[in-house]
Design a protein around this ligand. Structure first.
Ligand code: PEP
Ligand code: MG
Length: 757
């Protein structure tokens, strides 16, 4: 009984010679079918290749030679076409009994009963089929099928090198493989985008499948396993691992797979059969993929993705190709696909070419999504298995408004999309007209509509949108895009430039909010332990106060950067008033230092806090004499109020911003601030949504700081609202809550002709 490794090795050894020979491609294929036929003791062995969208018989042993280059089958046609269409193996003792069987008289195949065929895959698409046939009606053994599959991998390389199937052929996909697909997800950033799919972690194209030196390949894979396990151990210890939750299961499964002896043994067996380390990993992965296809359990399917991830990671390590698509660079308009991303990873991409992002995880207030929103890049999240369904380079239409992605769209869909694109542009042009319109309500209340920013380039949007200034400048973004802690001088220059660009409009600088889902590799947790709950851990002001020099340097940079102008400083994650005092003291000391040295100082300094930790709301009275302004950070506030991780995709749509608990909480805060000379505003993402903004105005909020793209729609809303009207309505609903505040508010707005979509 032959083992898979032995059968495959016999074939691969011969194939190696065939491939190295200086004969032309056709002669090589003729030899290949002989070799395989002999090794598997098969009367027939045939190779079909994709040509002009059809599968053409290219070489055969056992069938009529006259049929070579004559017999052609469409993808999906007959057994061969079915294998190519489904990219699956068929193993039949009686071929004629299969529903897709088609008899081709010119081949003379009527005397053969059994049939086994495997797809020849390149760039995840079937470029051909390798088939064997027998007179006896018998199923092929597993080891024989495995040998065929291994051989098909090597054939894919031979076919590629001999340019028997060119790139154009791959692009001109047969209908079944290129069929359009619409996948639903969750709206994270609105907008439309069209581009080609790019994997954040690119799939490695295996160029050499046959090993020159089996021992060397074993060694390579051994070292790669070591390195991968090291990485996984490190990742599992990292606070920001698996941004987006499900930590426990993901971690456990990752670890389990990474250390699975069965997996490494199978890879080693594949190497023994004569494959390179890369090809062996891929071979085992293909095998697992095929087995898993038969299982429809979604939980197991998810675990399959984890294994795919690990397998890809192992191939990248073994081949030394570790970079992300950002490092390789985007070539044209691109739609980025990833399981999840960190904000810093997103910022590495070329903004001109990155048109959209599709995530398998993600949530509306995860920082990567906030960054994308600020960059004006639409994002659809929670798109299950998108990386399994889309191939690198596939054309995609991303609909951030409808929360779906269309893969390989048909011409009709492209046209419809383009029409919507044009309508959106018109809408944008309409919004541009609002640039100079002051956001004043029908009853004459001036609402401040400011914008959030974090990158130097964002600041230009102040004049584009006509925002009242920057209500939240996230200074940590400069830290996120730097490889090391930005020097004080660099920070100072940025702050000065931001104030220059804002041209006299107010800018509120928030001191660094590092930690949570914004971790910095160069700023390691000094407690010696990893945060289990990074969002509630050693982050933001907590970290800044304790990290010697960090806040001091930033204070100096801000004071110097705003020399001769008004400076607005806001502290994040203040949980108790003493934390505000401690932070302000750092600024006071720096101010004293600069004053003593007769440096030019800001003309005035206003200090404020973010209200994002619920405990602070209980000490509002104590804050009133300390601060000039308060900005409610609803992103964090809601995660703490609901005890629901803002980055966890499983909770992404569980709680509504328009919930009575949030509304009542905010109402208490506005009442607590009323009558004091303290400005109150909201700078969380919810303020950028019209329905939510309407509710906030009804609660008494008069300053919103929102994503730039929302400035015009919110201005338009403000101009259509009567504050007395909405305040009375909100008071009523808070006292007697309707079943769904969202629905009730929507109907209320609709009845008054206020657009809220
Ligand atoms: C917030 O928490 O609401 C906020 C605006 O800050 P960030 O999203 O940066 O945490
Ligand atoms: Mg926050």
């Amino acid at each position: 009984m032959p083992t898979a490794a032995n059968s495959a090795r016999t074939i691969l050894t011969s194939l190696h010679e065939v491939m190295a020979a200086r004969t032309h491609a056709q002669a090589k294929l003729n030899q290949v079918v002989e070799t395989i036929g002999e090794a598997l003791d098969s009367e027939v062995c045939s190779i079909y290749l994709l040509r002009g969208g059809m599968l053409e018989l290219y070489a055969t042993r056992g069938l009529n030679q006259a049929a070579v280059h004559v017999t052609r089958l469409g993808v999906g046609e007959g057994l061969t076409g079915t294998i190519a269409q489904n990219i699956e193996t068929l193993n039949l003792d009686e071929a004629a009994k299969h529903p897709e069987f088609q008899f081709r008289p010119e081949t003379g195949e009527d005397k053969f009963h059994s049939f086994a065929g495997v797809p020849i895959v390149r760039r995840e698409r079937a470029v051909g089929v390798l088939a064997v046939q027998h007179v006896d009606p018998r199923r092929y053994e597993d080891v024989e099928i495995e040998a065929l599959q291994t051989t098909a991998m090597v054939l894919a390389e031979l076919i590629h090198n001999a340019e028997l199937v060119d790139a154009e052929e791959l692009d001109r996909l047969p209908e079944a493989q290129s069929g359009q697909l619409v996948i639903d997800g969750m709206e994270l950033v609105k907008g439309l985008a069209s581009g080609n799919a790019v994997f954040h972690q690119p799939r490695i194209q295996i160029e050499q499948t046959v090993a020159e030196d089996i021992e060397a390949e074993r060694q390579r894979v051994y070292l790669a396993f070591d390195r991968m396990r090291e990485q996984i151990d490190h990742m599992t210890g990292q606070a920001d691992f698996g941004v987006g939750g499900e930590h426990e299961t993901v971690l456990a499964t990752y670890k389990m797979f990474a250390y699975d002896e069965g997996w490494s043994r199978r890879i080693n067996e594949a190497i023994d059969s004569g494959l390179t380390a890369e090809a062996a990993i891929e071979r085992v992965q293909q095998h697992t993929r095929m087995r898993m296809r038969e299982i429809s359990d979604p939980l197991l399917q998810d675990r399959m993705h984890d294994l795919e991830d690990l397998s890809n990671r192992l191939i990248r390590i073994v081949s030394g190709q570790l970079g992300t698509a950002a490092q390789t660079g985007l070539r044209g308009d691109s739609i980025l696909l990833a399981k999840n991303l960190g904000p810093a990873e997103l910022l590495e991409y070329d903004k001109r070419r990155l048109k959209g992002v599709v995530l398998e995880e993600g949530s509306a207030t995860a920082h990567v999504v906030i960054v994308a929103r600020a960059m004006g890049i639409p994002v659809v999240g929670r798109v299950r298995n998108v990386r399994g369904l889309v191939r690198e380079g596939d054309h995609m239409l991303l609909d951030g408004d409808g929360a779906s992605v269309t893969v390989r769209p048909a011409q009709g869909q492209i046209s419809a999309f383009e029409a919507r694109f044009a309508r959106n542009k018109e809408k944008q042009a309409g919004y541009a007209k609002l640039r100079d319109v002051e956001p004043i309500t029908r009853d004459g209340q001036r609402i401040e509509v400011m914008m959030n920013a974090g990158l130097r380039d964002d600041v230009g949007m102040v004049s584009v949108t006509g925002a009242d200034g920057i209500g939240l400048y996230r200074t940590e973004f400069q830290f996120l895009v730097s490889a090391a802690l930005p020097a004080r001088e660099r920070q100072m220059r940025l702050y000065r430039e931001v104030l220059d660009a804002a041209a006299g409009k107010k800018v509120i600088f928030r001191t660094v909010d590092i930690g949570g889902d914004k971790s910095l590799p160069y700023l390691v947790n000094e407690t010696g332990r990893e945060d289990e709950n990074p969002a509630m851990g050693w982050r933001a002001l907590r970290l800044a106060l304790e990290r010697e020099g960090l806040l001091k340097a930033q204070a100096r940079a801000l004071l110097e950067g705003a020399a001769g102008r008004e400076l607005n400083v806001m502290f994040p994650m203040v949980s108790e008033p003493w934390e505000f005092d401690a932070a302000k003291e750092v600024f006071d000391k720096q101010l004293k230092y600069l004053r003593q040295r007769k440096h030019q100082l800001p003309t005035s300094i206003r200090y404020g806090v973010m209200l994002e930790v619920p405990s602070l709301a209980e000490t509002l009275d104590l804050l009133m004499e300390r601060v000039s302004f308060i900005s409610i950070g609803t992103n964090d506030l809601t995660q703490f109020l609901f005890a629901a991780d803002r980055a966890n995709p499983m909770l992404a749509s569980r709680y509504d911003w328009l919930s009575i608990s949030i509304m009542r909480f905010l109402s208490r805060v506005t009442k607590g601030v009323e009558g004091h000379k303290v400005d109150l505003g909201v700078c969380g993402e919810m303020g950028g949504r019209r329905l939510e903004a309407l509710a906030l105005i009804g609660l008494g909020i008069r300053r919103l700081s929102i994503t730039p793209a929302a400035v015009a729609p919110i201005k338009e809303l403000v101009c259509n609202v009567d504050t007395a009207d909405i305040t009375a309505a909100m008071d009523g609903w808070l006292a007697n809550p309707p079943v769904s505040l969202r629905k009730t508010l929507q109907e209320w707005a609709q009845a008054r002709g206020i657009e809220t979509d």
